[in-house]
Every structure is written in structure tokens, then in C-alpha cells.
Design a binder for this molecule. Structure first.
Ligand code: NAP
Length: 315
């Protein structure tokens, strides 16, 4: 009987962190296997222009950037497989990853599963999500709202960016924020608040997405937190941009997480976990920076750590 293949390193996730880890481990001749989840390329694929990734003085399309990284990883021998890891066993060596009927054995693992958009949870949001008017991606869906009024919920850089992008299509963009000042960086705040098509709606939260009976968004019911007054915006599109929730799935436990649910690396390291030979990288463990370049940096660190760990624990 042939014994099952044991991979040197399995990388879970194909965002900036996972693909950078793949480039480094592939160049180190570790023949990495990358498990590709439900959003190949990660969150960058839902961004339009990336203006702050070094090396692109005129910006680069987010999707193109991840495609380039993937091509670079493939060039050095990275293998990709579409699967969803639904169970892990890190109690013995090799480490065990269960994807449905398939079990993957690995000497080291790099988890770069990213984060998913947080939703408001108000009635109607879930029912009308995806193709019915509620979305989390202006780049993907903005063009459907040509000459229509839309709402963006949130006050961070994502909300400002989504609102600005939507001005290309929508007749008017309401930016709804629960406080009276944006969390977004000054440059993004200034751009959003001064845009003629963007109307700020301060101190306000959504209470209901209307249109469930019609099967499409017909309006957004709001509540002003200072006056308790309720109102309805007659929007057709609602873009939720209130941050993200880390995708720690079947890995926590056994991996430690912090109070926000993000993977918690060992003291003195950004990527080492409480399980030897298992590393984390990118937005699944970073709630502070959450940038493409920092995710790539963590992917690089995880790859180098895995390479050293494998060299020290041969066989
Ligand atoms: P974020 O900075 O965490 O902002 C989330 C926003 O949503 C906050 O304004 C928050 O309100 C609001 N919020 C959270 N939960 C809410 C709820 N249940 N109901 C209503 N509002 C809620 O998230 P982000 O905007 O996605 O940005 C994440 C990181 O990526 C940041 O570091 C950001 O700088 C970076 N980023 C950068 C760029 C860029 O440079 N172009 C673009 C996108 C993102 P409060 O302010 O009251 O907490």
C-alpha cells in the first residue's frame, strides 16, 4: 500500500498574504500546495484601483495585482487546488486538513484566510443580499445603479472609497454613519464629504431594508441616534461597508484568537501560532493595518518561518 503524500507546506487562502507565502515557499523549492477558497484572490479583487502598493506609481487594478502574484507563484511551481477546509487535526504530525472527503497531510501550514464583510443584521438585509440590492462591493455591483440613488453604510476608508466609486454611476450617494465624524483617513474623508453627489447622513443607523415582499430593495429605513427620528431613503442599492470579521473557521480552536476573534500570534512574532509549524498571515490575524502590503509582508514572514521550521524538523 502506498502511503499518502505529505506536503511540505499547505497555504490556505489566495489573497495577498497567501500568494506572497506561495511565491516565497515555491522559490525555496518547497513545492507548496495552495488551497483556494470561495473568493479567489481575496478582498483585493473587490477593490478598484490600488494606489498605495509600492512599485505602481500610477496605481494598479486590485484584481490584476492578485493575478500577477498568482502568475509569479505558479512560475516557481506552486500548485493550486479549490477546496474548503472544514476540519483540522493539529495534535499530531503530519498536520491533518479535512476538506469534505479529502484529507490533506502537511508538515507545515500557513493560514491566510482573510476576513469577510461585516453586516448590520437589520431586517431585510439578509433577504435582499446579493443581486437584490444589498451588496458589499461597489466595484462589483456599482454599474447596476446608473442614475439611481444609493446608500453606503459606514464611516471608515472602505465606506468613503465605496461612496466615491459609486458617484461614477449613481445620481446621488447617501453616506450613512453612526457618528458625526468619519473614521476614514483625512484625504478620503475630505474627498467624500466635499463631493457634490455625496450627501452625508450623520448620527444615523439603518433599522430596516425595505422591499422583501417585492424581491428587491425599495428603500432604507433609518434612525437618527440623537433625535430618535425615523426616516426612509428611497434607494435601490445599499452598500454595506462597516468593516470585516476574520475568517478563522475550523482553525480556532485549536489556534488561539484574541477578544476580537482574530488569530493571536505568539509573543515576539506576527505569524507564529500556538501550534508549532502552523503560521497565520494577513487580515485573519491583523485588525490594525489590514493593508495589501502588510498582508504581503506577513505572508513573506510566514513563508520564511515555515522554511526554517521545516529545515529544523526534517523528515
Ligand atoms: P473600519 O476602519 O473598521 O471602519 C468601519 C466603519 O463602520 C466605522 O466607521 C464604524 O463606525 C462603522 N461600523 C462598524 N460597525 C457598525 C455597525 N454595526 N453599524 C454601523 N456602523 C458600523 O473598516 P474599513 O473601512 O473596512 O477599513 C478597514 C481598514 O482598511 C482600515 O485600516 C482602513 O484604513 C483600510 N482601508 C484603506 C483604504 C485606502 O487606503 N484606500 C481603503 C479601504 C480600507 P465607528 O467609526 O463609529 O466605529
Amino acid at each position: 500500500m502506498t502511503s499518502p503524500t505529505v506536503e511540505n507546506v499547505v497555504i490556505i487562502g489566495t489573497g495577498c498574504a497567501g500568494l506572497t507565502a506561495a511565491i516565497y515557499t515555491a522559490r525555496a523549492s518547497l513545492n507548496p500546495l495552495v488551497i483556494e477558497g470561495p473568493l479567489p484572490g481575496g478582498q483585493l479583487t473587490t477593490t478598484s484601483e490600488v494606489e498605495n502598493f509600492p512599485g505602481f506609481p500610477h496605481g494598479v487594478d486590485g484584481y490584476q495585482l492578485t493575478q500577477n502574484m498568482r502568475e509569479q507563484a505558479t512560475r516557481f511551481g506552486t500548485r493550486f487546488e479549490q477546496a474548503l477546509v472544514d476540519q483540522v487535526d493539529f495534535t499530531s504530525m503530519p498536520r491533518k486538513l479535512v476538506c469534505g472527503d479529502r484529507v490533506i497531510l502537511a508538515r507545515s501550514v500557513i493560514i491566510a484566510t482573510g476576513a469577510s464583510p461585516r453586516m448590520t443584521g437589520v431586517p431585510g438585509e439578509k433577504e435582499l443580499y446579493g443581486g437584490k440590492g444589498v451588496t458589499t462591493c461597489a466595484t462589483c455591483d456599482g454599474a447596476f445603479y446608473r442614475k439611481m440613488e444609493v446608500a453606503v453604510i459606514g464611516g471608515g476608508d472602505s465606506a468613503a472609497e465605496e461612496a466615491l466609486f459609486l458617484t461614477r454611476f449613481a445620481s446621488k450617494v447617501y453616506l450613512i454613519h453612526r457618528r458625526d465624524s468619519l473614521r476614514a483617513s483625512k484625504i478620503m474623508s475630505d474627498r467624500a464629504t466635499s463631493h457634490e453627489k455625496i450627501q452625508m447622513v450623520w448620527d444615523t443607523v439603518p433599522v430596516e431594508v425595505q422591499g422583501v415582499a417585492e424581491g428587491a430593495v425599495t428603500g432604507l429605513k433609518l434612525k437618527n441616534l440623537k433625535t430618535n427620528a425615523e426616516s426612509v431613503l428611497p434607494v435601490k442599492g445599499i452598500f454595506v461597508a462597516i468593516g470585516h470579521v476574520p475568517n478563522t473557521g475550523p482553525f480556532a480552536p485549536p489556534l488561539d484568537v484574541d477578544e476580537g476573534g482574530y488569530f493571536k500570534p505568539q509573543p515576539g512574532s506576527q505569524v507564529r501560532t500556538n501550534i508549532p509549524g502552523v503560521y497565520v498571515a494577513g487580515d485573519c490575524s491583523d485588525h490594525i493595518f489590514r493593508q495589501a502590503i502588510t498582508a504581503a509582508g506577513m505572508g513573506c514572514q510566514a513563508a520564511i518561518e515555515a522554511e526554517r521550521w521545516l529545515a529544523e524538523h526534517e523528515g
